[in-house]
Ligand binder design. Structure first.
Ligand code: SF4
Ligand code: SF4
Length: 443
């Protein structure tokens, strides 16, 4: 079921208002009795290489195991690994193995990593990104170190720090920018050093006087770090949008082609902490929407179950709700609220579940008009429904960024994005096969 049914088109103009549900409120702290660590690699879905087993005692920040690309998975709390459970993984969309850790609430921590300052080499900073398991905090969770591998040879001149947070409801980046300014600046300085960049821009939307006040002296603190604003539109947080808006540059596949790297504000803050020897065990997420009693920003251990956090906030409102891991535009409501908060999640959006009364397509073209990538979502939907794979390939659904605008805008309440997603999955497999054949010279 689509969460867009709960929004309706009039809400197009209320996106900003939804942030007020949690913005400016005190950050609450929740300490669950148990956390559940998925023991599969989120990238490949293969089991991670484990360092521990059931019955072991673990400390906060201890390495539980290592993923395929060499990034570690940390225990977020101290306590005992009491059992294994098969649970739903919201990132992978299926059930996987988890280790349940009984939280002793004593916060016994492992020895911190060596503190590295700005004298550290670019290689040392990239290595620290990897050993601290730092991943992009904008929602995608891509390992941060990969963006910086070989960056010194790519003529990167500018780092763009994305504080746009254009999803409705979510306010964690906004609060982090206000509360952790020093760490943000420090993290940006490490990113600039790792990439050899001369400048950096902290980018956020127009219309936030609290941020303007907080960052008005940024150039007197570090003359190479500046502030840039983007329009208050959706999806202004999209990397291509930011690169175009701030640097007036375009690129084909990666921002590095435009001599820039884009990172989320919270990623920069976490890098400052990683250089100070800390690994990420806890995070602040926004839990918001009309389906939760007390919308708030909450500091929780990573791998806490969504249902436990909601209970801490007074429970659900209404008979039936839809829980989305992230904001409502890019993520979908899941059927299982026992899934856990992953290291790169920034929120839970909880809205009343409503029946979707889909009407036939009006051929109005609104989805095509609003697609920021320039796709024709309705045509992709038709091709998918007709099982016309040649047509699907011609319509290039793999360029979809999953912004959800086509579904949001559709007057017939058709979940167009869902069809585009399915077509993307089908054509991506075919695309990979074609590329492999091309490599082998078969054509
Ligand atoms: S979800 Fe994909 S197809 Fe739909 S508007 Fe966004 S980019 Fe375009
Ligand atoms: S917006 Fe909806 S009704 Fe209009 S063309 Fe697209 S799918 Fe059809």
């Amino acid at each position: 079921m689509s969460i867009f049914t709960t929004l309706g088109h009039k809400h197009l103009y209320r996106i900003q208002d939804t942030k007020k549900l949690s913005m400016g409120k005190e950050v609450l702290k929740f300490e669950p009795n148990e956390v559940f660590v998925p023991v599969v690699d989120p990238g490949s879905s293969k089991p991670i290489q484990l360092n521990v087993s059931i019955g072991d005692l673990v400390k906060e920040g201890q390495v539980i195991g290592t993923c395929e690309k060499g990034t570690p998975v940390f225990a977020p709390v101290s306590g005992k690994i009491v059992r294994e459970e098969t649970m739903f993984h919201a990132g992978l969309g299926r059930n996987v193995r988890h280790f349940a850790i009984e939280n002793d609430k004593k916060h016994q921590k492992v020895e911190p990593l060596e503190v590295l300052d700005l004298k550290a080499s670019a290689e040392q900073i990239v290595e620290r990104m990897k050993e601290s398991g730092l991943s992009g905090q904008g929602g995608a969770g891509f390992p941060t170190y990969i963006k910086y591998l070989g960056a010194l040879e790519k003529n990167i001149d500018t780092i763009l720090i994305n504080g746009v947070e254009c999803e409705p409801f979510l306010t964690t980046d906004h609060e982090a920018m206000l509360l952790h300014k020093d760490e943000l600046i420090h993290g940006i300085e490490f990113m600039m050093k790792a990439a050899g960049a001369k400048d950096a821009y902290i980018v956020y939307k127009k219309g936030y006087p609290d941020l303007d006040e907080c960052y008005k002296d940024i150039e007197s603190i570090n003359p190479s770090i500046h502030v840039a604003h983007v329009k208050n539109v959706y999806p202004a947080g999209w990397e291509r949008f930011i690169v175009k808006a701030v640097l007036k540059r375009t690129y084909d596949k990666l921002p590095a082609e435009a001599h820039t790297i884009v990172n989320n504000v919270t990623t920069a803050i976490l890098l400052a902490r990683a250089m100070n020897g800390e690994v990420e065990t806890h995070k602040v997420i926004t839990v918001s929407g009309s389906g939760v009693s007390n919308p708030s920003n909450v500091d929780v251990p990573i791998y806490t179950r969504a249902v436990d956090i909601v209970e801490f906030l007074g429970g659900y409102v209404g008979e039936s709700v839809s829980v989305s891991f992230g904001g409502p535009m890019c993520s979908r409501g899941v059927m299982d609220d026992k899934a856990v908060i992953l290291p790169y999640y920034n929120g839970l959006t909880i809205l009343p579940r409503m029946t979707l009364n889909t009407l036939p397509c009006l051929r109005c073209g609104a989805c095509t008009d609003h697609c920021p990538v320039g796709l024709q979502p309705v045509e992709i939907k038709d091709a998918y429904q007709a099982k016309d794979s040649d047509r699907m390939m011609a319509l290039t659904p793999w360029h979809c960024i999953g912004c959800g605008l086509c579904s949001y805008i559709c007057p017939s309440k058709i979940d167009v994005n869902d069809f585009v997603k399915k077509a993307k999955l089908m054509t991506s497999i075919k695309l990979k096969q074609l590329e492999a054949q091309k490599k082998e010279g078969k054509k």
